[in-house]
Design a binder for this molecule. Structure first.
Ligand code: SF4
Length: 375
């Protein structure tokens, strides 16, 4: 079973918190970039034996800026290179500003069966602060368009901890999202990343971030509202109705292999993690000349990969299976971590219900600290 990520590095403008590989003002490259992606898929599948795809994920950037013809050609080429399983999850990230009913209907006909909408907030002043290109009404309209077009598998992305946000405004945001009845919610806490607009404002002391107590209050609201609306938390930031967990992302957290194509994309195949160059123009030029687009690669030995699997697996609420680790790496989790594990269990940051080692609620709040001890 295989998984494919396709990166679309284009946006209409740059949001103030964004550190993703995404660039505005490159409309002239769209067609060329699609051809380059097709070339990379062809090159990859001539080197690596492609297994049938269980998931395909078109992420970005803003994939919904591309024309339906572009997406259709891309998925067509994907089907030529890989077998896509009949029940495959085929996701696409959509910005609420860039979508309408007819477009989603066409995307559905191309095979898209899961849509992830980058809503981030239902409050216009918060959206303006994030420098999003859409407003709250457009987010509501987008959900309606996606659902009316017949795509029921919908994720909404929301951000908590936005500058100026209160516990009450977060509650209102989450209630608004739940009222739209999506199957999946990705609820990320804002982090301030280097080389972003927010980073500069933060460094200059001009960013009124919610304090620790307010963040804790928002976390309580999240737990309470999601539980009562029937969304199970299955990863630190992800909640789903039963059966609607994102299979593509679960594969990452299981630290299993995947294909990745596009500028800035990462792939993990035959034990090697490879990252592509980020510049979309250079990516196109190199692909047109049949040259490598690899920026860096890393081969993990079994022990490093084992530790990585532990840390990534602990992001999931279910935890990491010691049996799975033993059969994959031949390493016994308890023997390997010994005192470190005992200490974390004693501090009630981790719990071990064989075969699963998982973070406790207290451990989830201090997840970075726990991971640092295990990495
Ligand atoms: S839409 Fe997404 S990828 Fe594009 S700039 Fe905003 S946060 Fe970044």
């Amino acid at each position: 079973m295989a998984h494919l990520y396709i990166h679309i590095p284009f946006c209409l403008s740059k949001c103030s918190y964004c550190s993703f590989v995404s660039y505005p003002g490159l409309e002239h490259l769209y067609d060329r970039y699609i051809n380059a992606l097709m070339t990379e898929m062809r090159m990859l599948t001539s080197v690596y034996e492609p297994q049938p795809l269980d998931t395909v994920f078109l992420g970005g950037g803003t994939p919904s800026l591309l024309s339906v013809e572009n997406i259709s050609s891309l998925l067509h080429s994907c089907r030529e290179r890989f077998e896509i399983k009949a029940q495959a999850e085929i996701s696409m990230e959509i910005n609420p500003k860039t979508v309408d009913f007819m477009q989603v209907l066409s995307l559905k006909n191309c095979g898209i069966n899961r849509v992830s909408l980058g809503v981030q907030s239902f409050i216009d002043t918060e959206l303006q602060r994030l420098e999003r290109i859409h407003n709250a009404q457009e987010a509501w309209d987008a959900v309606e368009s996606v659902r009316n077009a017949g795509i029921a598998n919908i994720n909404l992305d929301l951000i908590s901890g936005i500058p100026g946000q209160s516990v009450d405004s977060w509650r209102w945001n989450l209630q608004s999202a739940i009222a739209l009845n999506p199957n999946h919610l990705s609820l990320y806490q804002l982090s301030i990343e280097e080389k972003t607009g927010f980073f500069e404002q933060f460094a200059g002391g001009r960013l009124p971030l919610p304090d620790e107590d307010e963040i804790a209050g928002m976390d309580e609201v999240t737990a309470e509202l999601c539980r009562s609306a029937g969304y199970n938390q299955y990863e630190i930031s992800n909640y789903a109705r039963p059966g609607f967990e994102c299979r593509h992302n679960i594969n990452y957290w299981l630290n299993e292999e995947y294909f990745g194509v596009g500028a800035g994309a990462v792939r993990y195949l035959t034990g090697e993690r490879i990252k592509n160059i980020e510049d979309p123009l250079l990516y196109c030029e190199k692909m047109e000349r049949g040259e490598s687009v690899v920026k860096e690669s890393e081969s993990l030995g079994p022990e490093a990969s084992f530790r990585e699997s532990v840390v990534m697996g602990l992001r999931m609420v279910e935890g990491v299976s010691s049996e799975r680790l033993l059969s994959r790496y031949g390493i016994d989790l308890q023997l390997y971590y010994k005192e470190t594990l005992e200490k974390l269990l004693e501090l009630s940051l981790l719990e071990f219900h064989k075969p699963y080692l998982r973070l406790t609620a207290k451990g989830r709040a201090l997840a970075n600290q726990v991971m640092a001890d295990l990495v």
